[in-house]
Design a protein around this ligand. Sequence first.
Ligand code: CA
Length: 174
Amino acid sequence: MEYVNATGSWIGTYTPDASAPLGVYSAYVWASDNEGEEAISETFHFTVLNNPPTITSINVMILENSILGVTVKAFDYEGLANASLCLYNGGKWLNFTKAFQDNDCSFEIDCSDLKEKEWKLFVTVVDKDHAETSVYYGQIMIPSQPPALMFILTSLGGAGALTLLVYLLHSKRS
Ligand SMILES: [Ca+2]
């Protein structure tokens, strides 16, 4: 602590470590003079609170084969735990949760089997002390996967048969 001669005060600042357990702390001041006399103050209390996490960026990409790629970047003084993606299409919720690696959390979700193509995307980030922050990212469109043209079809020969099979594959997916 630093002594301020003008006021006869000792001034100190205590900053709890980011990993300090949350809650109420007790503290007191102990002082001694040059003759060895001591004095102890009354105990006082202060509370260490949790800072909620901050979502710094959300990057959404539609990758090949209807893979939805989402990278969430966030910050938290006490440390991040995991991120969740929630997709909502008006009737159905899909939830995906993953742990953070440092300040990044990346998802690759295979959406090729989803019939519905328009989804609202919500992102939730949870810190190590269970505080959470949620945001609505916006509407995303998952494009239909083009019908798969398998090499084996060519062995069936005939343009008519090929067209029919491609059409059947396409109908199955849409
Ligand atoms: Ca926190």
